[in-house]
Design a protein. Structure first.
Length: 289
């Protein structure tokens, strides 16, 4: 793993909090690293592997199950996430539309040789889809119930799908970060969840956004193994601060524990949806109603 030490980190309010170590990676690389690198067993008691699987901790998945699900997705969670997604608006087609006519800008040689009069291609520009760049801080402290995170993830995915159906292209970036404690090195781990134009991979998004094991098994395991983070010491997962923003984004969804501390209730799916949609509407021009 290659840590970039010189990036300037911003907190959720977009204020600079100083330099920190940032790892820009992808989920497959994280899994490969965890499989190959020995853990520092003095770090949090090797808890990413040794913590007993339970419904409230990692929905009973366990360490090996988390590695497998990171690559292949969470099929059991797909149905619930799909059902919770908003179903409004319409899908746009490709960015260009090709039509055949007797006049146009590009000749179609096979059609011309066959004697068809409509042998010219007319390219009709289609509306350019607006882009919404979203950052999700998905480090999950140990006091957050797995059901709450599942509902939060479902609500986020529902909002993303609703915007896509309205003709908005959504870019989604996941961030796990910690800063602000004098005993802890500032750090952030990030990987893309959805790039511009990429179709929703609901199985994988369900795991990353809605399953506590994505944080408690994968990211915590990565920090346990990373020698550069040996001085982190402000609690399991090193989840100090309110979460980072690494790039220019339109919407930075808060870490679930921060939202709960401010009164949000994610044990109920309806409340989770109301929070996420309200957050999008308060911080952008997009609407779900």
């Amino acid at each position: 793993m290659h840590w970039l030490r010189e990036e300037i980190l911003k907190d959720a309010s977009r204020e600079n909090v100083g330099a920190g170590m940032v790892l820009r990676t992808d989920i497959a690389s994280v899994v490969s690293y965890l499989e190959d690198e020995e853990s520092n067993k003095d770090r949090w008691g090797f808890a990413s592997e040794t913590n007993i699987a339970s419904e409230s901790w990692d929905m009973g998945l366990g360490y090996e199950g988390a590695l497998r699900m990171a690559l292949y997705g969470w099929p059991e969670g797909r149905k619930a996430l799909v059902e919770s997604a908003a179903r409004s608006g319409k899908r746009y087609g490709d960015q260009i539309q090709i039509e055949y006519d007797i006049q146009g800008v590009i000749p179609c040689v096979p059609t011309f040789l066959s004697g068809q009069p409509e042998n010219m291609l007319q390219v009709t520009p289609q509306p350019v889809r607006p882009v919404c760049r979203v950052s999700v801080e998905f480090l999950i402290p140990g006091n957050v119930d797995a059901i709450a995170q599942a509902n939060y993830g479902a609500a986020i995915l529902g909002a993303v799908e609703s915007l896509e159906l309205q003709g908005v292209t959504v870019e989604l970036q996941g961030v796990c970060s910690s800063y602000g404690d004098s005993s802890c090195t500032n750090y952030a781990v990030t990987w893309p969840l959805k790039t511009e134009g990429q179709a929703l991979d609901i199985d994988r998004l369900a795991f990353t956004l809605g399953h506590t094991a994505s944080s408690r098994r994968l990211v915590f395991g990565l920090v346990e193994r990373c020698k550069e983070l040996a001085d982190c010491g402000n609690g399991y997962g090193c989840c100090g601060g309110g979460g980072m923003i690494l790039d220019d984004v339109d919407i930075a969804l808060p870490r679930i524990s921060n939202a709960i501390a401010n009164g949000a209730d994610f044990m109920n799916m309806e409340n989770a949806t109301k929070f996420v949609e309200g957050y999008f509407e308060a911080n952008s021009q997009f609407s779900f109603h």
